[in-house]
Write a protein that binds this ligand. Structure first.
Ligand SMILES: Cc1ncc(COP(=O)(O)O)c(C=O)c1O
Length: 428
């Protein structure tokens, strides 16, 4: 064992020796506050190396929907580890992946039954975009290669995914003009934006392979919500102009907005869906791009050139698939969606006191997502540190403070999270 004990004070030796050698995410390495050394996790708690416990308000970037260290997922991973941690997916198949594919296909609406596995959300988006462009190429159409994406959208950090993020809110503003050019417009959510959307399609639909959207809740681009009607409108427009409709459910999938998938709540069947984040209950990296029959059929051919030429080395990793199967068991056996509904009403009630506080622009809740949007946040790092001082892990970004807790969070833990948000916002 390396590392000092908590009561010796200071940071552990592994931390001091290693920190200079890691390049951290979304951080200006020169000026950032150093990350917190974590010793372990349990339930909704992050235990720091110095012994402090933080209540996790964001479930490790929205992944740990059953809380940390769920015994059922752990047992499944351990069983699989003894049997076979990984085997390549080219030319070989294994039970966990095929079982997971079958189960995901059964959960998806309509004919979304063809599952392509990968290892991160961004790659799942890349695969979806590649599928959509090749859907047209395989039919001899070389002109439909752009995508229509939306203001406030975020789809990942790889080059293709970056190019369909909101060019400003999507974090990649520095790359303006350097990425493949797509189109970003406002979601058709009111009269003006709907008219603009219609005018845009009249002019540009012929260049488009498809439309990509985070259904019901746009996450990393600003935690903004929209109505299911918007998605029905997108489906109708996609049908009218023969565009593929891609739902990026990497944030919304597995219950986050109140239904197992956001497409269900909207009663819309997209042509392609991407999943990741909570797919393995937040334990191991795994993602899936799920295509409907129309898309799959465009690749079904005697021509080898019509195949989808994609195959990440660790796709369908057996440990990750075992974790995902165990996570699906938990959705079947435990009342996750009821828990989400309870969290939603608690968030509504307990964040309401923020309404009307100076500097608060909006308070909104959808499923297990609670958002307090401020006019501005001047010192993000300082605000994050303040939350830690209060015993919670919450990571505001842009102008939003948000909570996306594990669905298994206890009533008191949730009350503590919301209480701290109200207190800190009140002190600002
Ligand atoms: C909607 C959405 N799409 C894609 C991604 C990218 O996923 P990953 O970080 O696993 O690459 C994210 C991550 O936040 C996301 O929220």
């Amino acid at each position: 064992m390396s590392g000092k004990k908590a009561d010796e004070g200071g940071t552990p030796t592994w931390y001091d020796a290693g920190l200079a050698h890691v390049w951290l995410p979304y951080a200006q390495m020169k000026t950032m506050r150093p990350p917190l050394p974590v010793a372990r996790t349990q339930g909704c708690r992050i235990v720091l190396a110095d012994g402090r416990e933080l209540i996790d308000g964001i479930a490790s970037w929205w992944t740990t929907c059953h809380g940390y260290n769920h015994p059922h997922i752990r047992a499944s991973i351990e069983r699989q580890l003894a049997l076979m941690p990984h085997v390549m997916f080219g030319g070989l198949a294994h039970e966990q992946a095929l079982t997971l594919a079958r189960r995901l296909a059964a959960l998806m609406p309509g004919d979304l039954t063809h599952v392509f596995f990968s290892d991160s959300g961004s790659v799942a988006v890349e695969v979806a975009m590649k599928m959509a462009v090749q859907f047209w190429l395989n039919q001899g159409v070389r002109t439909r290669k752009k995508f229509l994406a939306f203001t406030g959208g975020y789809h990942g950090d790889t080059t293709g995914a970056m190019a369909v993020c909101d060019p400003d809110a999507g974090m990649h503003a520095l790359f303006h003009g350097l990425l493949p050019a797509h189109h970003v417009v406002d979601l058709p959510r009111d009269e003006d934006s709907t008219a603009a959307f219609a005018r845009f399609l009249e002019r540009h639909a012929e260049e488009l392979a498809g439309i990509i959207v985070e259904p019901l809740a746009q996450g990393a681009g600003g935690m903004r919500f929209h109505d299911p009607l918007v998605l029905q409108h997108l489906r109708a427009a996609a049908d009218r102009y023969e565009l593929l409709l891609i739902f990026d459910e990497i944030f919304t999938g597995f219950g986050r907005t109140g239904s197992l998938f956001a497409c269900e709540a909207a009663g819309v069947v997209p042509d392609i869906v991407t999943l990741s984040k909570a797919l393995t209950g937040g334990t191991l990296p795994l993602a899936a791009t799920i295509a409907g029959k129309k898309v799959f059929d465009a690749f079904w051919s005697d021509d080898p050139m019509h195949a989808l030429m994609h195959g990440p080395t660790f796709m369908a990793n057996a440990l990750a698939c075992a974790a995902a199967n165990a996570s699906l068991d938990l959705f079947e056996r435990e009342p996750r969606l009821r828990q989400v509904a309870n969290i939603a009403s608690a968030l509504e009630r307990r964040l309401a006191p923020c309404r009307g506080l100076p500097g608060v622009k909006d308070v909104r809740v959808k499923g297990a997502i609670g958002v307090v949007e401020l006019d501005r946040i001047d010192d993000l790092d300082g605000l994050r540190a303040r939350f830690v001082q209060e015993g919670v892990f919450i990571r505001p970004f842009g102008t939003v403070i948000y909570l996306t807790p594990a669905f298994t969070i206890g009533t008191e833990e949730l009350a503590r999270l919301t209480g701290v948000v109200v207190k800190v916002v009140g002190d600002m």
